[in-house]
Structure formats: structure tokens, C-alpha cells
Design a protein around this ligand. Structure first.
Ligand code: ITT
Length: 197
């Protein structure tokens, strides 16, 4: 069964593809006129609201096309810094593009509390049913950027379960074994395997 992952972020598709592929589901990025979707993100405070808006936008994008009957997957994620309530949270993408990692490191320059967590909400629209799941990955922010893999905040995020390494120092498989996204996607897989849950 094919699942279309509606996202403009190719890193997200790679992570979902590996997990779902192991169970025989084929995950592909949704392309509209050859392009990945570019969502309008509503101004709101919850990942769930943003993810629901993405499902509505994705469904509208494929209405009256050959893809209309396909299962659609979306996710919204962000990093939440313990010492700054809800920041950058739903605005993670915007803050990354504006002040960047150097701006975040500057903000935390004198902070003793460097705790942070990635959070993720995934929603799957499958045969008219909506499934959703949350995932978290707890860790802390390093004092400088380390590593070259991953994307976004990965060079400064040190997960508790990573033996002191940033996500950017891990292979895709290592990151995927503990990431917020894979935790959330595993929840969806449980629903698919046991639909009555
Ligand atoms: P779509 O909305 O098109 O799916 P996006 O990249 O804009 O793609 P989000 O709106 O969910 O995704 O923004 C999430 C941002 O949070 C992302 O751009 C990164 O800056 C950060 N982020 C989320 N998960 C991450 C991860 O696994 N590694 C690094 N940064 C991550």
C-alpha cells in the first residue's frame, strides 16, 4: 500500500520510508506538478493544529487528481528549549531560517539550563480514517555545532540516548532509532497493524 508523505522536507521522507518500508508500506513524497508541497503554516501554538492544517491543504492539492484516493501522511515538528517556554516550538523552521543556530547558541550563552526536546505530531489520513500520534526526543543543546549529517537543529542537539553525540554525528539509522519522528511514526504503525486500537 502506498502512502504519500506531504512535506517539503526530504529528510522527513527518508526517515519515514525506512520505518514503514520494513513493514511493507511504500512511502513516497507527494509531488504536485513535480514539486514538493509548500504549506502555509497557520499562526497557532500547537504542532497538532499545524499538522491538521497540513492534512487539509494536502487533500485540497490532490482533489480531482489520480492521487485523490491515496493515503496521506503529514507531520509537524519542532524543538522546544526548556528554559524559554514554547520556544522556538512551532516556529522552529522560521527561527532556524532567521537567527539560525548561531543565534540560538548566543541566546543560551549564559544559560546553565541547556535542556531541550524535539517534539513531533504525525497524522495519517488512510481510507477516510484519521490516525495521529506524538513523539518526543529529550536531550540538551551543545555549546557549538558538531557533526555534518541530519538537518536543522541536529548539529547542536545532543539526545540523552546518544552517548554525548549530536544528532549530526550519528548515522541516519542511529538517529532514526531514537528520534521524535520515528517515535511518532511507530505509534502510527501500531494503529495500522492493530486498527481496532
Ligand atoms: P514541512 O512543513 O513541509 O513538512 P518543514 O521542514 O517546514 O517541512 P516543520 O514545519 O515541521 O517542517 O518544521 C520543523 C522544523 O523543526 C524543521 O524545519 C527544523 O528546523 C526543526 N526540526 C524538526 N525535526 C527536526 C530534526 O529531526 N532534526 C533537525 N531539525 C528538526
Amino acid at each position: 500500500m502506498k502512502i504519500l508523505f506531504a512535506t517539503g522536507n526530504k529528510n522527513k521522507i527518508a526517515e519515514a520510508g525506512t520505518l514503514f518500508g520494513e513493514l511493507g508500506y511504500d512511502v513516497e513524497g507527494l509531488l504536485v506538478n513535480g514539486n514538493r508541497p509548500n504549506f502555509i503554516e497557520p499562526q497557532c501554538n500547537s504542532l497538532m493544529e499545524v499538522a491538521l492544517s497540513k492534512i487539509i491543504q494536502a487533500r485540497a492539492m490532490i482533489k480531482n487528481s489520480d492521487l485523490e484516493g491515496c493515503a496521506i501522511l503529514v507531520e509537524d515538528s519542532g524543538i522546544f528549549i526548556d528554559s524559554i517556554e514554547n520556544f522556538p516550538g512551532v516556529f522552529s523552521s522560521f527561527i532556524f531560517e532567521t537567527i539560525g543556530l548561531s543565534g540560538i547558541l548566543k541566546l543560551l550563552e549564559n544559560s546553565q539550563d541547556r535542556g531541550a526536546e524535539y517534539r513531533c505530531v504525525t497524522i495519517l489520513d488512510w481510507n477516510g480514517k484519521i490516525y495521529h500520534s506524538n513523539g518526543i526526543c529529550k536531550g540538551k543543546l551543545g555549546k557549538k555545532e558538531v557533526g555534518t549529517s541530519g538537518f536543522g537543529y541536529d548539529p547542536i542537539f545532543i539526545p540523552h540516548e546518544g552517548k554525548g553525540r549530536t544528532f549530526s554525528e550519528m548515522t541516519e539509522i542511529e538517529k532514526s532509532s531514537i528520534s521524535h519522528r520515528s517515535n511518532s511514526l511507530r505509534g502510527l504503525l501500531t494503529y495500522l497493524q492493530h486498527p481496532s486500537k
